[in-house]
Design a protein around this ligand. Structure first.
Ligand code: AMP
Length: 477
């Protein structure tokens, strides 16, 4: 299919799903502060677009959506997708400084305050995006010290939309649990699967998830498909009510975002013997997910410590570079980072024999019947499912007045995975003052849990910073 026919097919699909829904009287969105049937969602989408049009923004100018898990946030996202308005989701877990930074980087003259249901002028001059037909821009942690905007085309969303309805073995008309903030593209799995299946998405604000009766609420709603990072499900195992007995409708777990380990799958098998467990993999730069597999007992019993990440989605292929880096080629690969020519030159590839772009993931892996992901070749980490560039934290620390030197390191758990982030700083500032200053510019999950003030940073015999020694020092403190 050509790009034009993809765009047309997506447009037709969205019009049908949102304006002429198959199940008008069934719930489409519930959870946070209000519930909407598919018919009410149609009306809400039309209302949102009416208000957006009053702004009279030129075409291809992005709109920033700022909020947290409200049904209205989902309405705004669906409206933008339907009407071809490039949007940038930003969750309130990000400090206002980061919101301003993103609005500036994207030349966005307005942001939509979801809680207040109003557009707010940023005072920034509008500049249309150079890339045509973008669906959204998602900002992730950037190694240069600023968030970087991943630009995703509408054709990529269409590829994903077709695939999620087919290969994710979702129950018919699923009730989808979403926990992820909308600025994390994991949330697009339940959001788009909801459209693809005429389902029902249950949104969960942070404070609801923390409440004692949260699992009861999921049970009442009849949640049948769970979509989360493995870390999130792992935390829920603390409750004995996280089991098939209390959540009898739960039939499928979809995991993505970080390594799915065998220990979690084994525990889930005990708690939910009949549920399917799906492992999906993919960076934001390749539109949500790129590979998927249902985990079988044979995979669990295998000698390998790793579970497979699966097989490629249609319209894509995986190249494994000689040094083991996974390179994704396909319709799903981003159009590039917004305004970052150097990073684009380093990460995006072209080939004479392929109409598609390639993306160097930085992930290491191999293929043995399925693809496997075995680690990273850079300093990007995942902590509780959040993607973090260690070098962004370092750059932010070095920007603080009074900071002379700073090194940031993830402390690893014995079996893999990050225990916490530690920062070693040469400065007169106190650890608390550093944490407070960082929290003004980066989300709280990026603020190092441990800050050690040093007189100087130790060097190893090669004259490099002695990271082994620092790691040992952080563990005894
Ligand atoms: P994000 O852009 O936040 O979705 O993070 C993408 C990165 O998370 C990938 O490049 C991988 O390093 C990691 N990741 C995502 N899914 C998986 C998975 N199923 N197994 C292992 N790592 C994963």
């Amino acid at each position: 299919m050509t790009m034009q026919s993809d765009l047309q097919a997506l447009g037709e699909f969205l019009r049908r799903a949102l304006l002429d829904p198959a199940r008008p009287n069934q719930l489409a969105i519930s959870g946070s502060e209000e519930a909407l049937t598919w018919q009410q969602l149609s009306l809400a989408v039309m209302d949102w677009v009416g208000r957006y049009r009053e702004l009279r923004l030129p075409p291809a100018v992005p709109v920033v959506l700022y909020g947290h898990q409200q049904a209205e946030f989902a309405v705004a996202i669906y409206s933008c997708l339907l009407h071809g308005i490039p949007y940038i989701p930003v969750d309130c877990i990000y400090p206002p400084e980061r919101l301003r930074e993103i609005c500036t980087l994207a030349s966005a003259p307005q942001y939509y305050d979801v809680a207040q249901r109003e557009f707010v002028s940023t005072g920034i001059a509008a500049k249309p995006l150079e890339e045509p037909d973008l669906a959204y821009i998602m900002f992730t942690s950037g190694s240069t010290g600023k968030p970087k905007g991943v630009q995703i085309g509408r054709e990529s969303v269409w590829s994903f939309m077709q695939w999620v309805g087919q290969d994710f073995v979702l129950p018919e008309s699923p009730v989808l649990m979403n926990h992820a903030v909308f600025s994390f593209d994991l949330s697009l799995i339940p959001l788009l699967a909801n459209l693809a299946t005429s389902g029902h998405i249950v949104l969960n604000a942070k404070e609801h998830i923390a409440a004692e009766n949260w699992l009861d609420m999921l049970s009442e709603k009849g949640v049948s498909a769970w979509v989360s990072t493995p870390s999130f499900a792992y935390q829920k195992l603390i409750s004995p009510r996280f089991s098939a007995e209390y959540l009898p409708a739960l039939k499928v777990f979809v995991f993505i975002g970080e390594v799915l380990n065998k220990a979690l799958v084994k525990q889930l098998r005990r708690r939910f013997p009949a549920a399917k467990i799906i492992n999906a993999y993919g960076p934001t730069e390749a539109t949500i997910a790129t590979t998927v597999v249902e985990i079988t007992d044979a995979m669990l019993m295998s000698d390998s410590d790793l579970l497979p990440i699966g097989q490629m989605m249609p319209n894509s292929f995986m190249e494994i570079a000689p040094e083991g880096e996974l390179i994704i080629w396909g319709k799903n690969v981003m159009r590039g980072y917004l305004g970052l020519d150097e990073e684009n030159a380093a990460k995006l590839l072209k080939r004479d024999d392929s109409p598609w772009r390639g993306y160097r993931t930085g992930d290491l892996g191999y293929e043995q019947d399925y693809f496997y992901c075995s680690g990273r070749n850079d300093s990007q980490i995942k902590l509780n499912g959040y993607r973090i560039e260690i070098s962004e934290i370092e750059a932010r620390l070095l920007n603080l007045p009074g900071m002379q030197e700073a090194v940031v390191m993830p402390l690893m758990k014995p079996g893999g995975g990050v225990l916490r982030i530690a920062a070693f700083c040469v400065t007169e500032l106190s650890p608390n003052a550093i944490k407070q200053a960082l929290a003004e510019v980066i989300p709280s999950y990026m603020v190092p849990g441990q800050i050690l003030i040093k007189e100087n940073l130790p060097l190893n015999p090669n004259g490099k910073i002695d990271r082994k020694l620092l790691d040992a020092q952080a563990r005894v403190n």
